[in-house]
Design a protein around this ligand. Structure first.
Ligand SMILES: *Cc1c(COP(=O)(O)O)cnc(C)c1O
Length: 390
């Protein structure tokens, strides 16, 4: 019986990371400029097929910049999902704007039918602006999250956005590598369909730079604006003249060196994660009361996170499974607490939150790192086959 710790999601750094980081150090280019930063930006843009890419310190800062680049101001409101990591929503508040929380559908991403209904029933469309009837404020944008590497219904979302003149910010922090296999956006990558997309290279994501992020867009204006405000909004290099409030959000050359080596392995990581996902899914389908949630058929997902659905018919509930697996040194976690339930958002507007709560109560994320061994996976499955109340 295995007795080693099996983490949920950890970095896999067996490519050229050490070489590239050593190169950056030997060249004494370690800060927020350098050839690796430019190259990493170019390679990410090339990989996802966007016009350009702007590096940043992490996904959170990227989302902050994405909102600013789309013109969101303190007087606006932004539609966001409630089932997500809080970093998808906090940047709305950094700007002083207000979030409106939406439910998810069975893909765990934003429910487009409810989104449409909200816009039709709860808002007015006046002079090209979507006005929230409750607050009389303008709804400027939607933040879409591609949860766990799945793809939100971008066709539906873009239709709503076009009808109501909304900007679309794709939080693709978990979904680099996910793309459509059919439909209107066939071949398009998560993050490249809306006005602007953001990736994260945090340590638990599919590829990592320790901490880091990337903003992508096909709109030159958004790219230029993003670059400008991630680099202190400086318009004169010599005399230090600034034309607005900027941020020190640019990635360092050390981070980018790591990122470049990681990007070289991304397709390989996705292949490994796909095989592990399919193996888990098949074996777990034999266990009464448990299943692994699927990804959409219309996409090639990046298989970032695996979501175990724990039905009432299983001996253990969500919290008991987490505790039991922890006693076997297997790290798991529930989905994030709903953002509309969190203290800073207690007074925020919500619209028919139902499914998010159901999935929150029934889903457990199980180990999914690209360096999991077959023995690790077999051990997790074996534990799930003989549940114990701890
Ligand atoms: C990881 C993540 C972020 C933030 O990325 P960081 O790089 O950790 O700042 C934002 N949204 C979602 C959905 C995430 O999973």
């Amino acid at each position: 019986m295995s007795n080693k710790f099996i983490p949920l999601s950890v970095p896999n750094l067996k490519g050229r990371e050490l070489d590239y980081v050593a190169n950056a150090i030997k060249a004494e280019w370690v800060s927020t400029s350098g050839p690796y930063v430019d190259e990493f930006e170019a390679r990410v843009a090339e990989y996802v097929g966007s016009k350009g890419a702007v590096s940043c310190q992490n996904g959170t800062s990227g989302l902050h910049v994405a909102l600013l680049s789309c013109g969101v101001t303190k007087d606006d409101e932004v539609i966001v999902p409630t089932l997500t990591f809080i970093a998808a929503v906090n940047p709305v508040k950094y700007i002083g704007a207000e979030p409106i929380f939406m439910d998810c559908d069975d893909s765990l991403t934003i429910d487009v039918d409810k989104l449409k209904e909200f816009c039709e029933v709860e808002c007015k469309f006046l002079d090209g602006k979507l006005i929230n009837s409750k607050t009389n404020k303008c709804i400027k944008a939607i933040v879409v999250v591609h949860v766990f590497g799945n793809m939100a219904d971008m066709e539906g979302i873009m239709e709503v956005a076009q009808r109501y003149n909304l900007k679309v910010i794709e939080d693709a922090t978990e979904a680099i590598g996910t793309y459509y296999l059919s439909g209107k956006y066939n071949g398009k990558y998560a993050g490249t369909i809306g006005d602007v997309g953001v990736y994260s290279f945090n340590g638990n994501k599919i590829i990592t730079t320790g901490g880091g992020g990337m903003i992508v867009s096909n709109d030159e204006k958004i790219l230029n604006k993003s670059k400008h405000i991630t680099t202190q909004a400086k318009i004169d290099e010599l005399y230090y003249i600034h034309d607005e409030i900027g941020y020190n959000y640019r990635m360092t050359n050390l981070q980018a060196a790591l990122g470049l080596a990681q990007l070289e392995q991304l397709e390989n990581f996705i292949q490994i994660k796909k095989e592990n996902y399919e193996y888990y899914r098949e074996k777990i389908s034999d266990i009464n009361g448990l299943s692994i949630l699927g990804f959409k058929n219309s996409i090639r997902p990046n298989y970032w996170f695996y979501a175990l659905f724990v039905d009432k018919s299983y001996l253990l509930n969500r919290d008991q499974i987490i505790k039991y697996l922890a006693s076997e040194k297997i790290q798991t976690r529930p989905i994030w607490g709903l953002i509309s339930d969190q203290k800073p958002y207690a007074g925020s507007q919500t619209y028919k939150i139902e499914k998010a709560r159901l999935y929150l109560e029934h889903v457990v994320n199980i180990p999914c790192s690209s360096n999991l061994t077959k023995e690790d996976i077999d051990f997790v499955i074996e534990c799930l086959k003989r549940p114990e109340v701890i």
